[in-house]
Ligand binder design. Structure first.
Ligand SMILES: NC(=O)c1ccc[n+]([C@@H]2O[C@H](COP(=O)([O-])OP(=O)(O)OC[C@H]3O[C@@H](n4cnc5c(N)ncnc54)[C@H](OP(=O)(O)O)[C@@H]3O)[C@@H](O)[C@H]2O)c1
Length: 194
C-alpha cells in the first residue's frame, strides 16, 4: 500500500486527484493544506489531514515521515516551495516527487510566449531538475471539466501539442506516476488532450 503526501490538497486538481486515488487504488493519503477546516475527510480509514504551509519546514518534514510519494499541487511562491520540498525530502529520505507545473515554461507552446506570469513555474521546475530526486514534472495545458480521460505526453525539448487537458485525465496520470516506480523518472512532460 503506497503512502502519498498531497501538498496543496485543497487545489482544484488535487481534490479531483484525491477522488481518483480513493476510487481506483488502495493508496493511503495525507492531505496537506493551509486552513484545513475547509476540507472534510473523505475516507478517515485511508486519509489523514494535516494543516500546514509548504513554506514551514518543520510541519512539512513531519508530514513527510512515512510517505512513499510526494505529489505537489501548488501555486504562488513556487520557487521557495520547490526549495522547501527538495530540502524536506532530503531530510526525510524521500525520493519520488510528482510536481504540477504549467505548459509554456520552456517556450514550447507553438505561437505562444507566456513571460513573467510563468516565472514561478519556470523557476520551481529548475530547482527540481537540479535536484537528485526521482521527480516527474507535469506541464499541463488548460484544465477542462469533462469526462475525457485520454492524454498525450511530450518530453522536454519537444513542441507542446494541443492546448487543453481534462482534470480527470491529469488525475489519472498523477495516480499512475505515483504508483508506478520509475515511470517517467527525471522527466518533464507536456500533457494535453489525447
Ligand atoms: N487551471 C489551469 O488551466 C491550469 C493549467 C496549467 C497549469 N495550472 C497550474 O496547475 C497547478 C494546480 O492547479 P489547481 O487548479 O489545482 O490550482 P489551485 O486550485 O490554485 O491550487 C493550488 C493550491 O496551492 C495551495 N498553496 C499555495 N501556496 C501554498 C503554501 N505555501 N502552502 C500550502 N499550500 C499552498 C493553495 O492553497 P490555498 O487554498 O491555501 O491558497 C491552493 O489550494 C497550479 O499551479 C495552476 O496554476 C493550471
Amino acid at each position: 500500500m503506497t503512502n502519498v503526501l498531497v501538498l496543496g490538497a485543497n487545489g482544484q486538481l488535487a481534490r479531483n486527484t484525491t477522488r481518483v486515488f480513493l476510487g481506483t487504488t488502495d493508496a493511503r493519503l495525507t492531505l496537506y493544506l493551509r486552513r484545513s477546516s475547509r476540507l472534510t475527510n473523505p475516507d478517515p480509514e485511508r486519509v489523514r489531514i494535516v494543516e500546514g504551509d509548504v513554506l514551514d519546514p518543520r510541519t512539512l518534514e513531519a508530514a513527510m515521515r512515512g510517505q512513499d510519494v510526494v505529489y505537489a499541487n501548488l501555486a504562488g511562491r513556487m520557487k521557495e516551495q520547490a526549495q522547501g520540498i527538495v530540502e524536506a525530502m532530503h531530510a526525510t529520505g524521500l525520493r519520488r516527487l510528482v510536481f504540477i507545473s504549467s505548459m509554456g515554461i520552456h517556450g514550447e507552446v507553438p505561437g505562444e510566449r507566456y513571460r513573467t506570469v510563468l516565472d514561478p513555474y519556470r523557476d520551481s521546475a529548475a530547482v527540481i531538475e537540479a535536484s537528485d530526486l526521482d521527480y516527474t514534472i507535469l506541464r499541463p495545458g488548460w484544465f477542462t471539466h469533462d469526462e475525457e480521460v485520454s492524454y498525450q505526453l511530450t518530453q522536454k525539448g519537444e513542441p507542446f501539442r494541443g492546448h487543453d487537458v481534462s482534470l480527470n485525465a491529469l488525475s489519472g496520470l498523477v495516480v499512475k506516476l505515483a504508483l508506478t516506480p520509475g515511470l517517467e523518472s527525471r522527466h518533464s512532460l507536456g500533457v494535453s488532450r489525447g
